[in-house]
Design a protein. Structure first.
Length: 395
């Protein structure tokens, strides 16, 4: 099932791509679709395309496609803006649900950007709001009846460790706190069921495992029963009930459309639309099983042939996402040397080498060859060269 899709991606010859957890590769269909949008839609239709090509409906329509991937119902997911903005929107709405409380809980390993957004929002709110951080294994102790909202990333961006979504959501709700999940490293990688978890909000990006390209728009999910009462903090004109009446006063749209803010990025939306077509007939549980098999094979081979690397991801595949991380003192330089050899992963400070496993374009031969090259880089100390030791802006 999955290996047959490898030819649907435009991957350079001689490259094994183990970094889809950071930026997914280019699906071939995206190029054709974006050119169609440029030439036939924008080029020929000009401004008429908002109506004739239904550009205005892209955020809702693509939201429904993502809904299937994260276990949501149609009409509960909206696409647009960046992940940081969606985190802000979700957290702000959550805080409005329990205005008498003042504490936001997250974990110490959460992606820094989410924590920056949370810190910035609570400073705007004032009124003694605070951000309470706890180690991932101590969250139970941090969530009590003083908590206004819980904000967590489902899969840790460095180690790949995965929170138990249903269990943590239940703990938050038992304490009377809304639950927000960041699915940046989950959507398109592992099975997610936001309805089953009963979480209040979820957000995520589309440029990793969903392969929509750099800068691709993010999404936000709201539990359907909450949508009518949510009041967006950023009340953009396209979230208005009737944006082209140009009212002076804001009236939110009836459904998930109230979470729209500004003009949708049409070209990026077109890329996302074409990328999501790959998921139309995918069995997500089968994809996850294939990912687990690849990552387990990689871990086994690395530990056998590269003893200098230390596994920092959970060993149990059900306790992690779809990427695996190893610690190495010279991790940055080793990764640069590995990339030069045609095996692309990435590095996260202070010493983490990350490898992503997306079965849509990876197979066992790729895994075996990548470990062979990694072993060569380490055994021959190919990383110990000045061109690999100097840090670039993006790691």
């Amino acid at each position: 099932m999955t290996a047959a899709r490898k030819d649907l991606f435009d991957l350079p010859d001689g490259v094994i791509y183990l970094d889809g957890n950071s930026l997914g590769p280019l699906p071939k269909a995206v190029k054709e679709r974006v050119m169609q949008t440029l030439q036939q839609e924008w080029g020929h239709e000009l401004i008429r395309a908002w109506n004739t090509k239904n550009w205005m409906d892209q955020p809702r329509r693509l939201g429904d496609k993502i809904a299937r991937i994260i276990g949501a119902t149609p009409g509960s997911v909206m696409v647009g803006d960046t992940l940081s903005i969606q985190v802000f929107q979700a957290l702000s709405a959550a805080l409005d649900m329990v205005p008498e409380r003042r504490i936001v809980v997250s974990d110490t390993e959460n992606f820094p950007s989410d924590l920056y957004i949370a810190d910035g929002l609570i400073r705007l709110k004032g009124k003694d709001y605070t951000l309470r951080l706890a180690p991932p294994d101590r969250l139970n102790d941090a969530i009590d009846d003083s908590v206004a909202a819980v904000l967590l990333t489902h899969v840790d961006y460095r180690s790949g460790a995965r929170h138990e979504m249903d269990r943590v959501t239940r703990i938050a709700h038992e304490a009377g706190a809304p639950m927000i999940w960041d699915l940046a490293h989950s959507a398109g990688a592992i099975p997610v069921d936001v309805i089953s978890s009963s979480c209040d909000f979820a957000v995520g990006c589309t440029y990793k495992y969903l392969n929509a390209g750099p800068g691709a728009p993010a999404f936000i999910y709201i539990r359907p029963d909450l949508i009518p009462s949510v009041k967006p903090a950023l009340t953009g004109w396209l979230g208005h009930a009737a944006p082209f009446e140009f009212d002076r006063s804001y009236r939110p749209a009836d459904g998930i459309g109230r979470m729209r803010i500004g003009t949708p990025p049409v070209l990026q939306m077109a890329a996302l639309d074409a990328a999501l077509a790959l998921w139309d007939d995918l069995d997500l549980s089968e994809l996850w099983s294939a990912s687990q098999a690849l990552s387990q094979r990689f871990i086994s081979h690395v530990e056998q042939h590269c003893p200098d690397l230390q596994l920092v991801s959970p060993r149990d595949p059900d306790a992690r996402g779809s990427h695996v991380s190893f610690a190495f003192e010279h991790g940055y330089a080793a990764m640069q040397a590995l990339i030069d050899k045609g095996v692309i992963g990435d590095f996260r400070a202070p010493n983490i080498m990350r490898f992503g496993f997306a079965p849509l374009y990876l197979d066992t031969a790729d895994i075996d060859h990548s470990v062979k090259i990694l072993r060569e880089v380490l055994d021959r100390r190919l990383w110990d060269h000045s061109r690999y030791l100097a840090r670039r802006p993006v790691t």
